[in-house]
Design a protein around this ligand. Structure first.
Ligand code: PEP
Length: 273
């Protein structure tokens, strides 16, 4: 089965105003987007519902974080299940960026519990007790899978410590074991030195690393799952470099930060056209 090209826009804590967010959605809503590409945007949590309501139906929404509990006394946590927007106990139809851990959080506060992927993938650092508490009990196999899917730094051509973001697919039931749902995960490879720096991996570097990740998934999960899993590249992807990167057989799309806030995001979505 061919892997559908995937482009995710990670808005992080942008845009600053609702007006700017509306302008971003307008650009996406009015653009011609390649129907062969799955497009997902991840606005800050405050804008999730307006984005769900305001964006064209072909564009999916991702949350940048969420908590694994469906409700309860969890101050400050984000619940994506059984919200007023969903019926009964159905999960909201959304991806979740699920970093292990995300470089922004690592840089801001390497020891903070906010670095923890709340729904329970592995961390590239040892889990502190607060992190261990926050991981759901039902996901050890997935955590192992994700851990083994990480590229091992010495054998890879990249400098700096690489890390993986997992984008979990719509309708994921957060409280069930994630392992069985590994097929519905998009793995993003993002070398830290490329994130927000304007330095992009060469297409050969991205290909070599991502082929390695696929081989790791084949060993850790199964060759069939590895074949189906989309592995995307992130790190200073732009309209200028996306076409060349997209020619690589193991580059199944992009996770885009800075450029997802600009009209050039449309060009990145259309990289394969
Ligand atoms: C990111 O943070 O996921 C990212 C890839 O950012 P940028 O595209 O700005 O490098």
């Amino acid at each position: 089965m061919a892997r559908k090209f995937f482009v995710g826009g990670n808005f992080k804590m942008n845009p600053a105003t609702l007006e700017q967010k509306r302008a971003l959605l307008k650009t996406l809503n009015e653009a011609t987007l390649d129907p062969e590409t799955e497009v997902v945007i991840a606005p800050p949590s405050l804008y999730l519902i307006p984005a769900l309501e305001g964006v064209r139906k072909e564009v999916k929404i991702a949350a940048q974080n969420c908590y694994f509990q469906t409700g309860g006394a969890f101050t400050g946590e984000i619940r994506l299940v059984n919200t007023p927007h969903t019926t009964s106990s159905q999960p909201i139809d959304m991806y979740i960026i699920y970093s292990v851990p995300h470089s922004c959080a690592m840089q801001a506060s390497p020891s903070s519990s906010s670095v923890t992927p709340s729904a329970g993938a592995s961390s590239t650092r040892p889990l502190s007790s607060s992190r261990a508490r926050r991981a759901p009990p039902s996901t050890p196999a997935c955590r192992r899978g994700a851990a083994e899917a990480r590229p091992s730094t010495p054998s890879r051509p990249m400098n700096g410590s690489p890390y993986i973001s997992l984008l979990l697919s719509p309708s994921l039931e957060l409280t069930v074991g994630l392992c069985v749902l590994f097929r519905r995960i998009v793995v993003a490879y993002e070398p830290v030195w490329a994130i927000g720096t304007g330095k992009v991996a060469t297409s050969a570097q991205a290909q070599e690393t991502q082929a390695g990740i696929r081989a790791d998934i084949a060993k850790a999960v199964s060759p069939a799952v590895a074949e189906e899993t989309r592995i995307i590249y992130g790190g200073s992807v732009s309209a200028k470099n996306c076409k060349e990167l997209s020619t690589q057989p193991d580059v199944d799309g992009f996770l885009v930060g800075g450029a997802s806030l600009k009209p050039e995001f449309v060009d990145i979505v259309n990289a394969k056209k």
